[in-house]
Ligand binder design. Structure first.
Ligand code: GLA
Length: 327
């Protein structure tokens, strides 16, 4: 009896030891398409917090193109990683990423940009966390409409810069959400100008918006929206470049990382009127935790989680950030 009890206790202790050893051995990859963008820096920061809370190793890799994605996944396999979260540089890499992950025996979850198959439809089997893109685009559009009215501009005399990146479905949803709200308010469709950006960074947006501004030099009032803060910051900088300042530009971005908030901290307002703040904490911390639970407890993440956003402008951004638990 005494022997049995000791044996049972030893078995329990063994299980506990094995359990904690397992947690120590967990390695999770976190691949992002644009490591220099503040949004992705923040995502990594919050994923790091999950790693230190749970005691797993986080392997962060910037993968800016398809080739880098594929070699990064092999690299994770070699390092003994069990699963990874990815924001891909190109959603059409979907089937290739799924195959590469499987070949390396890695669990796969996507964040921000949802993978699509060869038919262009989302790969619904891969767990994904993204933003509710149409709704957040609508919030940006509503903010622009409200400010046009506030300034007493005649809509027929306003140009809209649609900074676009149409190969990315979430980008289309965001700008179309904004456009829907503009049109609903009577904004003339003919005054909406497409500014396709070659990449999703500020410089590419600046170049794209400059073309539009130069083509329509007769328009004096402008609004701008796009995929993210970088897109709108590019349009705002382009406008400044041709002498259009804060009083003649209403740009509303999506994101709310430092690059955007810094516009509100400048002593004088800029054309960057507002941003719809989204949550890098949910996208970084929560996805990393979801992956951890999947690896350790075999608990598969929900297939689709869409997060929300809240509008912030120069006068209220501190309160909005506080409400969201960011400040
Ligand atoms: C895309 C954009 C990022 C960010 C995320 C949010 O990946 O490129 O800037 O807006 O979506 O999900």
């Amino acid at each position: 009896m005494r022997f049995l009890k000791t044996a049972a206790m030893a078995a329990i202790a063994g299980t506990l030891l094995a359990g904690s050893a397992l947690a120590d051995d967990v390695k999770i990859g976190f691949l992002v398409k644009q490591p220099e963008e503040p949004w992705f820096q923040d995502e990594w920061k919050f994923a790091d917090i999950a790693a230190s809370e749970k005691g797993f190793t986080l392997v962060k890799i910037g993968a800016e193109d398809g080739e880098k994605v594929m070699s990064a996944i092999d690299n994770l396999g070699v390092q003994g990683v069990q699963g990874f979260v990815i924001c891909t540089p190109d959603v059409k890499l979907g089937p290739g990423i799924v195959a590469k992950a499987a070949a390396n025996g890695l669990k796969l979850m996507t964040v921000d940009d949802r993978l699509v198959g060869s038919d262009g439809e989302p790969l619904a089997d891969v767990p994904h966390m993204g933003i509710s893109a149409v709704k957040i685009g609508e919030t940006a559009g509503e903010a622009i409409v409200a400010e046009i009215k506030n300034r007493g501009w005649d809509m027929t005399e306003v140009g809209a810069i649609r900074v676009s990146y149409d190969q990315l479905p979430t980008a289309v949803d965001r700008v179309e959400g904004a456009i829907a709200k503009l049109k609903e308010a009577g904004f003339p469709e003919a005054n909406i100008f497409d500014a396709p950006q070659a990449r999703t960074d500020t410089e590419a947006a600046l170049n794209a918006a400059t073309v539009v501004l130069n083509k329509s030099a007769d328009i004096k009032h402008w609004v701008a929206f796009g995929l993210n803060d970088e897109a709108v910051l590019g349009a705002v900088r382009a406008a400044e470049g041709v002498g259009i300042g804060a009083d003649a530009m209403i740009g509303v971005g999506i994101g709310g990382a430092d690059s955007a908030i810094n516009e509100f901290r400048k002593p004088e307002p800029t054309g960057f009127f507002g941003t719809v703040i989204i949550s890098p904490k949910r996208h970084g911390y929560e996805t990393a935790l979801n992956m951890y639970d999947w690896i350790v407890d075999d608990k598969e993440p929900e297939k689709l989680i869409l997060t929300s956003g809240a509008l912030a402008v120069r006068d209220n951004y501190q309160d909005v950030r506080k409400d969201l638990g960011i400040e």
